[in-house]
Every structure is written in structure tokens, then in C-alpha cells.
Design a binder for this molecule. Structure first.
Ligand SMILES: C[S@@+](CC[C@H](N)C(=O)[O-])C[C@H]1O[C@@H](n2cnc3c(N)ncnc32)[C@H](O)[C@@H]1O
Length: 404
């Protein structure tokens, strides 16, 4: 039987006046969540991360903060933890993953969070994951996690948020779940909303990001921004996206620009090279966009007032919406958009500070095939630019073979 919440049926207490929370960052990666929260005035007291390359970054960037390895060997959270923050592994929940859901070896690690909370319930919990978790097995994973949080006495709200709302030219949607023992998480996560910003749909005159490793459905194509940076890909390796520039050249961005596309300072993941150069893309792709975490951090210190008028209670079997909440009695759909803020993203071309690397022949041919098979509208001059790029690289390739 579910434990009843103290404020069952009533509006929970307003968030306290304290601005600075003590944070335990679990599955910390390179600290996107923690960096954003610290920019909003919160203080990280513990980081838990078992990947060597990520630990090398955390060790330098969060100097002096206790760093623990495997979460399964952490017996309990520090005594005065006020916020547990965790972007738990998503390989089994994402579209490119194995779709094993929470039974998957990686994503089932979220149960470690629940184990820690059972031992020590902390006032606030912030979880992050891919939006596919709303749809995989009709949202079973999310329902399971939120159900467990309810059992522990938490109120919760979740919201899908697009990183472009914070001025980053990266189309990246992630689901943020915020749970609280005493306060109203809706006031933090759902109260602020901006009308969505309009984006160019046509590829003319702007840079376009893409992945050549994805199918033909246009999933990876992004106009005037890059598609979500990834820690892995359909072919199992972390890959940089390609960018088709307005002048027809094709590049993959520099890792320093990729860090900036996630809101990190340039060179943030440089310490990972002590473990190996190739890790940086994976770490950046796995991270939480820093300005999104910063926004949530600021709202924790200064919440708004959410108006739930018109939010309908979900019925059994309903598909999970992009934002919802539960204050003890049933799950309600929220109309909150993926745009809490409204900072017009900078044009991708203006955003990039480094020239990047020319796209390889193999990748360019892959893109050409994908574009031909898809229904995407690509201006004719772009297609011919792509053909020229391929011809040039083929000639260079042939010359190199002859010379060898
Ligand atoms: C989705 S990433 C989190 C990214 C992070 N929020 C950031 O902004 O960089 C999940 C992280 O969980 C870590 N992880 C996986 N298994 C773990 C374990 N058993 N103990 C600790 N960390 C683990 C992975 O190495 C990975 O860095």
C-alpha cells in the first residue's frame, strides 16, 4: 500500500527561502548537472562516477569534492544532502539503445538511487533522462520510478526541456523529473513558460547538422542547429555530427565547440585525454546541457507559482504527456512546453568558433545516400556542394592510393 503524503490533496508548502542546497551528484559524468546547479549557487558535496575518463574531468573541475566510484558500493548519502541529482544511464531507454528498459543492465542502475533514498530520504531529487522513456513500453520506466518516489513520500513533476530554449544551437530534448518531500515541485519546474521560438525550417543560407549513421527518416537532420550530441550511436561508437555549411563545405565540429554546444566552457573535458583522446565526444554527448541545469537550480532558489487550472488527470492506459505532475492524488497532464525560457538561439554558423575537420569520404557518401532515400527538402545547390565534396575527396583518395 502506498504511503500517504503528508499534504495529500492539499497544496504543499512553498519552497524555503534558502538559496543554496547541498548536492550529491550521482552518475555525475563530467558534471553538467552539477556545474549548472553550482552556477545557480548550490554546492556539490559528493560526486559518484565510475568511468575513468569522466573521473579525470571531475577530479580537476570539482577539485576538493569527494569523488566516489561505483554507486553500488556507496552505502548511504552524506548526512546533510539536500538535493540528489542524477542523470542516470540511458542506454537501455534511448532509441539507439537496446530497449531493454529498466531491466537493462545500465538503466536498472536507477534502482541504486531508490536504494539510497530508502536509506536516507533527502528533501529534493532531480533526475534526468531521454524523452524516449515516456514512450518505451508506454512509459513503464517513468511510471515505475515515479511510483517508487511516491511510495517514499515524494511529490513530483516532470517536464521535457529543449536545450535550444537557453540559446544553444543544439536540438536536444531531455526529461527532467523533480521530486520533493515538502515543497511543490511544480512551482520550480512547471511555473515558468515561454511561447516557443520559431526556427528556420528551410536549409537555405544556414548551417545544418546531421548524423550519417542514422536511418532515412530525417531523424538526424537539424536546420540551423545540430541534432542531439550523443554518447553512442546506432553503430555503437560515439560520433560527432556532421555540419553542412552554407558555402557547401562539410565538416565535423571541433570538440571545443561541442563542449560549448552543451553549455560547458571550451576545453572542459580536456583532462579526459589523460585516459585517452577518444573519450571526450562520448562524455560530452552523455552530459546534461549546463544552462538547463542552471535554470532548474535558479528556480529551486526562487520558484514561481504554478497554476494547475485545466490540468487533467490521466486515465489508465493514457500515453504519458511531455510534462506531468503528481501531488498525491493521481497523475495530471501539464501544458508546460519544452521552452521554460526564451533565448533566441544563435545561428549555428555564428556559434562555431573553430573550423572543424572536413567530413570523411565515407561519411559524405553515407549522407548522400541518406538524403536521396529521405523526404527531406535539401536545396539543389547543397546537393551539388555535397557531390563536389565527394568528388574532391575521391580524387584525393585515389591520388593517395597511387602514391602509396
Ligand atoms: C548519462 S551519464 C550522466 C552524465 C552527467 N549527468 C553529465 O552531465 O555529464 C551516466 C553516467 O553514469 C555513469 N555510471 C554508469 N554506471 C555507474 C556506476 N555503477 N556507478 C557510478 N557511475 C556509473 C556512467 O559512466 C556515465 O558517466
Amino acid at each position: 500500500m502506498r504511503r500517504r503524503m503528508a499534504t495529500h490533496g492539499k497544496k504543499a508548502a512553498k519552497v524555503g527561502r534558502r538559496r543554496s542546497l547541498k548536492v550529491a551528484g550521482i552518475f555525475a559524468g563530467v558534471g553538467g548537472l552539477e556545474l549548472g546547479l553550482s552556477r545557480a549557487g548550490h554546492v556539490t558535496k559528493l560526486l559518484v562516477e565510475n568511468d575513468r575518463a569522466a573521473r579525470a574531468v571531475l577530479g580537476e573541475r570539482f577539485e576538493g569534492v569527494r569523488l566516489h566510484g561505483n554507486v553500488t558500493t556507496l552505502s548511504r548519502l552524506p548526512a546533510r544532502t539536500e538535493l540528489l541529482a542524477a542523470g542516470f544511464p540511458c542506454q537501455d531507454l534511448s532509441q539507439v539503445g537496446q530497449l531493454a528498459g529498466l531491466k537493462g543492465e545500465k538503466s536498472s542502475l536507477v534502482f541504486e538511487i531508490l536504494r539510497l533514498l530508502r536509506r536516507r530520504r533527502v528533501p529534493w531529487v532531480l533526475l534526468e533522462n531521454v524523452p524516449f522513456m515516456l514512450y518505451a513500453s508506454r512509459g513503464r520506466a517513468l511510471r515505475l520510478i515515479t511510483g517508487e518516489l511516491e511510495d517514499l513520500g515524494y511529490h513530483w513533476a516532470y517536464r521535457t526541456i529543449d536545450s535550444r530554449a537557453f540559446g544553444l544551437p543544439q536540438r536536444r530534448e531531455r526529461v527532467f523529473i523533480l521530486a520533493s518531500l515538502e515543497n511543490d515541485p511544480r512551482d520550480v519546474l512547471l511555473a515558468e513558460d515561454a511561447a516557443s521560438v520559431s526556427f528556420p525550417r528551410r536549409a537555405t543560407g544556414v548551417a545544418c547538422g546531421f548524423y550519417w549513421t542514422e536511418g532515412n527518416r530525417g531523424l538526424g537532420w537539424a536546420v540551423d542547429c545540430v541534432p542531439p550530441l550523443k554518447g553512442g550511436s546506432g553503430i555503437g561508437i560515439p560520433s560527432a555530427p556532421g555540419i553542412l555549411l552554407p558555402d557547401g563545405s562539410l565538416i565535423t565540429p571541433d570538440i571545443r565547440d561541442a563542449e560549448r554546444l552543451q553549455g560547458f566552457p571550451s576545453r572542459w573535458t580536456l583532462p579526459a585525454t589523460k585516459v585517452g583522446e577518444r573519450h571526450r565526444w562520448r562524455l560530452v554527448g552523455n552530459a546534461v546541457s549546463v544552462p538547463v541545469a542552471e535554470w532548474i537550480g535558479r528556480r529551486l532558489g526562487k520558484p514561481g507559482e504554478y497554476d494547475p487550472e485545466g490540468d487533467e488527470r490521466l486515465r489508465r492506459g493514457d500515453t504519458l504527456p511531455r510534462a506531468a505532475w503528481c501531488m498525491g492524488e493521481g497523475v495530471h497532464r501539464s501544458g508546460a512546453s519544452a521552452w521554460p525560457a526564451r533565448r533566441q538561439p544563435r545561428a549555428l554558423l555564428d556559434f562555431l568558433l573553430h573550423s572543424g575537420k572536413p567530413l570523411s569520404l565515407k561519411a559524405a557518401v553515407g549522407l548522400q545516400k541518406r538524403l536521396r532515400a529521405s523526404s527531406l527538402h535539401v536545396p539543389r545547390e547543397r546537393e551539388s556542394a555535397l557531390r563536389n565534396h565527394i568528388d574532391r575527396l575521391s580524387r584525393e583518395d585515389a591520388k593517395a592510393r597511387l602514391a602509396a
